[in-house]
Design a protein around this ligand. Structure first.
Ligand code: 0O2
Length: 271
């Protein structure tokens, strides 16, 4: 096929990967802005390379005209979670979205691949708007933990190096590493609540500090400088105390002060 034709076939998939990546990144942002633990830690995406598409077509005897139906992972999104429990949460988020429809799933967590590969895959239908109108295409979403991703990345590189002919001693090491990854995920899950508490507190603190600094910056515009300098010194004292409750109290008090100035400004404008 001509290069130009490949470009036009792959162009909507590029758009889908970009849009889907932005949407999943936005889910992370929404959680964090609401002081909530995000089940998604990281998102990445790629469009399958032409050589990888051709190789798959050859291996699976797929004719050119059936390429887009049969190669389901031309657009690929990878979602990395911290804990195995998060994988189900992410799958339900996807299931409940109105802009993605699940076509099928492959659960390599329940049915671990012979290689030791573990991951949860969803094939979705997703529509992009192109110059020729809407185009419904397929995308593969791989959902896995950081530990699973670490293993899969190393194994993928070794598969590439040995071109499917991995020496038994390397395969055995990988298989041992896959078992270690299962134990690691289980260990991490057992301290999940504690880790989540710690992360939530740190997230809450950073959001509070962001809000407080915004308020102080606004006060510089409407209040007298001496008062704001005093507030700022108090903020530094509270911040250094490293006590989330004190910081929350200070945040509430500052909100009341800011509200007072806002009311005064409205009153002056009405006069
Ligand atoms: P890429 O672009 O390098 O990621 P098949 O290609 O026939 O094995 P199928 O049936 O289309 O796969 O779907 P499947 O099994 O869900 O695999 C799709 C993708 O999952 C692969 O893409 C890999 O990214 C990943 N994957 C599946 N099995 C393994 C494995 O044993 N090890 C690792 N590291 N990754 C795996 P591609 O085709 O490799 O392309």
């Amino acid at each position: 096929m001509e290069i130009q034709l490949w470009r036009s076939i792959l162009c909507p998939y590029e758009l889908a990967v970009k849009e889907l990546t932005v949407k999943f990144e936005h889910i992370i942002k929404e959680h964090r802005e609401n002081d909530l633990y995000s089940p998604i830690e990281q998102v990445s995406g790629r469009v399958k390379s032409v050589s990888s598409i051709l190789e798959k077509m050859q291996r699976k005897h797929i004719p050119m005209e059936r390429m887009e139906e049969e190669i389901e992972d031309i657009a690929g999104i990878r979602i990395i979670c911290q804990f195995e429990e998060d994988i189900d949460t992410v799958a339900s988020i996807i299931q409940n979205r109105s802009d993605m429809t699940i076509k099928s799933e492959k659960n390599y967590l329940k049915h671990i691949k012979q290689s030791g590969y573990r991951s949860y895959h969803l094939i979705i239908y997703y529509t992009v708007d192109t110059l020729n109108g809407p185009k419904k295409l397929q995308a593969e979403i791989q959902i896995r933990t950081m530990a699973m991703n670490f293993w899969a990345t190393i194994e993928h590189s070794l598969q590439y190096k040995y071109k499917g002919d991995m020496p038994p001693h390397v395969a055995e090491r990988l298989s041992n590493a896959a078992d270690a990854i299962i134990s690691l995920d289980h260990e991490m899950s057992s301290v999940r609540n504690e880790i989540m508490d710690a992360q939530n507190s740190s997230l809450m603190q950073s959001n509070l500090v962001k809000d407080i600094l915004n308020n102080i910056e606004n006060l510089y515009r409407v209040s007298n400088e001496r008062e704001v300098v005093k507030i700022q010194a108090e903020f530094l004292r509270v911040f250094r105390a490293k006590d989330l409750q004190q910081l929350e109290r200070f945040h509430r008090q500052l909100d009341i002060i800011a509200e007072g100035y806002r009311a005064q400004a409205v009153y002056h404008n009405l006069k």
